[in-house]
Design a protein around this ligand. Structure first.
Ligand SMILES: [Zn+2]
Ligand SMILES: [Zn+2]
Length: 316
């Protein structure tokens, strides 16, 4: 171990919830949204709402909307500044992220930066050491005074809110407009394609609905659980390359579902690195895409893994 590095204090196995949490105060905006979208996603079970095109859009959408919008943009680009893209492209990715309904970029960034600051300590907003369901979803459904919008924005998201586009997402109806537009695009594409293909209006409504249910509702809920799994599963199950002092784990299942975000222990060891896979077999599709962007001149200042920092955290 380097003489300048002191071993991180291990996180406890169980944690209380943050002291500022009041479980009697439901955050209704989140609770209703989560409940309603799960109900809408269940429509996918109805044969009338089924189409193979919808299923393909749902699976592809997990990687396009979740992978590029949340994992690449909200997480690696905005939260950790692991790369820089032209603004038009960054905003394009951010719009994909907004379509995932994980709140605004500023909010997402602020909560996640707080998670890194207090990982698996009581002030961590969503440590699964306070309960699996708490870390997965419960934390956002009840009031946590630590996460009052202005407080955390001031502390963790000033850089994001200096950008007029992200400010507009906070202060205008742009955010819900993007979400509703994405509904219309999916329904309208299916409706129009079936009509043009010679279908009846009834068939067009059925096909448009199938794309909406699978390509939007089901996909949003799937991406929610996948993102939430990084917070829950990747802090409980898997292996550690680095003694980071909290419970972050490299979890291959989460890595597959998130195109690389499941190498979460590597990420906690070196948060700025745009690459989350640190061993040759820790496949990170998002980083592969970043390298592609870099090769064609659409990404620069890509932050590579800092082997020295990672080794120090590993105590070597
Ligand atoms: Zn984490
Ligand atoms: Zn992070």
């Amino acid at each position: 171990m380097s003489p300048t590095h002191t071993a991180a204090v291990a996180a406890p196995d169980r944690l209380p919830r943050p002291a500022a949490v009041d479980t009697r105060q439901i955050v209704w905006a989140y609770a209703v949204t989560v409940g309603v979208y799960h109900a809408l996603a269940l429509l996918a079970l109805l044969p009338w709402c089924f189409s193979w095109t919808g299923v393909i859009l749902a699976v592809g959408g997990v990687y396009v909307f979740g992978g590029l919008g949340i994992n690449l943009c909200f997480h690696r680009l905005l939260t950790h500044r692991g790369l820089v893209c032209p603004k038009w492209l960054e905003y394009g990715f951010a719009i994909l992220g907004v379509c995932c309904m994980q709140d605004t970029p500023a909010r997402w960034v602020a909560v996640h930066r707080r998670h890194h600051e207090h990982s698996d300590r009581q002030d961590d907003p969503h440590s699964p050491l306070a309960g699996f369901l708490w870390g997965h979803v419960g934390w956002m459904l009840v009031k946590n005074g630590d996460l009052s919008r202005l407080g955390i924005y001031d502390r963790y998201a000033k850089d994001i809110l200096r950008d007029p586009f992200y400010r507009r997402l906070e202060r205008t109806l742009l955010y819900p407009t993007i979400v509703i537009a994405s509904w219309l695009v999916f329904f309208g594409a299916g409706f129009g394609a079936r009509l043009i293909g010679g279908g009846t209006p009834g068939q067009a409504v059925q096909f448009g609905t199938s794309l909406l249910v699978w390509g939007v509702f089901f996909r949003i809920v799937a991406v929610w659980h996948i993102t939430w799994s990084v917070n829950s599963l990747s802090h409980l199950f898997g292996y550690q390359n680095y003694a980071t002092g909290e419970k972050s784990r490299n979890n291959w299942l989460v890595a597959i579902l998130t195109s690389g975000e499941g190498w979460h222990n590597n990420h906690h060891a070196d948060p700025r690195a745009a690459s989350h896979g640190h061993r040759w077999w820790e496949i990170d599709l998002i980083y592969g895409f970043v390298k592609l962007l870099e090769a064609v001149g659409l990404a620069k200042d890509v932050c590579r893994p800092n082997r020295r920092l990672a080794r120090a955290k590993a105590g070597k």
